[in-house]
Design a protein around this ligand. Structure first.
Ligand SMILES: Nc1ncnc2c1ncn2[C@@H]1O[C@H](COP(=O)(O)OP(=O)(O)O)[C@@H](O)[C@H]1O
Ligand SMILES: [Mg+2]
Length: 293
């Protein structure tokens, strides 16, 4: 004879387990920071300028923001923020300090985890070293609302595995053909490792709107033709002496000269809704570790 009550209880227990697991997953994702990776392919396009201003502007809005300077070995975000952190990613990798203890607070309440300067292990990390580093960085995701990763030039392992793990990337390019070509290469690579990535394009250091929009069009034409995909156009930032002055002042332009044309453009970049929607379906650094395999 069918024991109806036992059957029902079994179902109820299964449903409860399902509901609890679902709640745990939701809680985990709700807790995990949104992540945006700032990349360009080519060096010197303005990634660090964009990443620092973006992080500061978001922090000023009341979000708990962490900027991670992943320009391994050639870090400079601390200079742009006027900070001299005692520890950096190299110390975290070596296990000298826990990641949360390497984080320092900067202007407008932004937080920074500095990259190392001239540390061989960070310049060319092995898979095993990156795995160790990502694992050490995992606890940071619960502490912040938004993590902005400032990448170095090129397509090193660290950049590619993080592009594989992120939901959102910002590509910073200049209007010159060489810069657009490198930006296209990183976009292509990002789509190759992460077909659902949401990408935003910023044209930086444009002499005027016409050249910025022309550059965007060139990028989109090629991307559409060969990748059947185009990034969203987040905006353009003019070539502006205020940026160079702000670098020398060691204070992001959005704070040192908020009325400058570049600063106003950076405000618009920080308002991109891709940053509000950025999510990883599971923790970012765990996904990056998986991408290492
Ligand atoms: N919109 C801009 N106008 C003028 N100079 C800029 C602008 N954006 C960046 N720069 C200059 O370019 C230099 C390189 O920028 P940076 O953000 O360090 O590049 P990346 O991180 O891509 O290597 C900065 O020192 C800054 O002086
Ligand atoms: Mg940089």
């Amino acid at each position: 004879m069918l024991n109806v009550s036992r059957f029902d209880f079994g179902q109820i227990r299964a449903l409860r387990r399902f509901r609890d697991a679902d709640r745990r997953i939701r809680e985990r994702t709700d807790q995990a920071a949104r992540v945006v990776c700032v990349a360009s392919g080519k060096g010197g396009t303005g990634k660090s300028v964009v990443a620092t201003n973006l992080a500061v502007l978001r922090a000023r809005r009341g979000e708990k923001v962490l900027l991670v300077d992943f320009d391994s070995g050639l870090a400079n975000a601390h200079l742009l923020l006027g900070l001299a952190p005692a520890h950096d990613l190299g110390d975290v990798l070596d296990g000298r300090v826990r990641a949360p203890d390497a984080v320092v607070e900067g202007p407008a309440g932004v937080h920074l985890l500095s990259g190392g300067v001239g540390q061989p292990a960070l310049c060319n990390p092995t898979r095993r070293e990156l795995d160790r580093l990502y694992r050490a960085l995992e606890p940071l995701e619960k502490e912040f609302d938004l993590i902005v990763v400032d990448h170095g030039a090129g397509m090193g392992y660290a950049t590619i595995t993080q592009l594989a793990a992120t939901s959102t990337m910002l590509i910073v390019a200049n209007p010159e053909v060489t810069s657009l070509s490198d930006a296209y290469a990183i976009y292509k690579r990002a789509l190759g490792v992460n077909a659902t990535i949401r990408a935003g394009l910023i044209i930086n250091r444009a002499p005027d709107e016409r050249s910025a929009l022309g550059a965007r069009e060139k990028f989109d034409d090629v991307a559409q033709r060969f990748l059947k995909n185009t990034p969203e156009f987040v905006g353009w930032i003019p070539q502006d002496d205020a940026v160079g002055r702000s670098v020398n002042l060691r204070l992001p332009a959005c704070l040192s000269d908020p009325d400058a044309a570049a600063s106003r453009a950076l405000f618009a970049v920080a308002a991109w809704n891709g940053l509000d929607c950025a999510r990883t379906s599971s923790a970012f650094f765990r996904r990056a570790r998986r991408a290492l395999r």
